[in-house]
Design a protein around this ligand. Sequence first.
Ligand code: CTP
Length: 215
Amino acid sequence: MAVRCLITAGPTREFFDPVRFISNPSSGRMGYALAAAARAAGWTVDLVSGPVALPEPAGVMLYPVVTADEMLRQTDALFGPCDVLLMCAAVSDWRPAVRRPSKVKKDGRGLTVELEPVPDILSALAARRRPGQVLVGFAAETEDVEANARAKLERKGVDLVAANSVAGPEGAFGAEHNTLVLVGRDGFRRQLGPASKDEVARQLVAEVSARISAR
Ligand code: CTP
């Protein structure tokens, strides 16, 4: 069966002047591992990626973006025909309310930057999903990992949430290894890993494959 998969990966950046931004420590590794695993499963892969220092995975269409707005526009354009969405990107939740056109000069005093929320990409896509599409969100949590992930299933309108602990030195950001707890609306729960991000990605793609075949 031909499967078309849309994957987001990496962080987003939100600039408040031409040389300064807020972001997060996402390396993009999990999303890129998912792209490789999806490709290995024979899926057609569109990868929308924030700024990362990783080689382009072979055999996928890569769409580089920087800001949450750019990621929203690009995923929106690719979402219609996709069968599977793996929303792995660590979207920076706020952006500076004002982006100044020239570099802010230091004057020896502090600087206050007002932040406003960015659009919730996953919720926006889920609101116009087609029957048969499988939507997977990711939950980066520092506490109550599983309970928070379950709450996101409903809030975001997705089928599965893969929960990730990002707390402390064992956290997922930038690490080689990962443990995900995959939860579903029907009470489904399965732990993936601990294993390399490549292996965890392979297991997640296998879970999603099983759901597509069941439909
Ligand atoms: N997400 C998104 N757009 C945003 C923020 C998050 O699409 N502006 C997606 C992430 O890619 C992930 C899921 O929503 O798949 C959950 O992200 P997470 O940061 O864990 O949760 P938030 O919704 O931001 O909630 P909170 O920060 O309160 O935990």
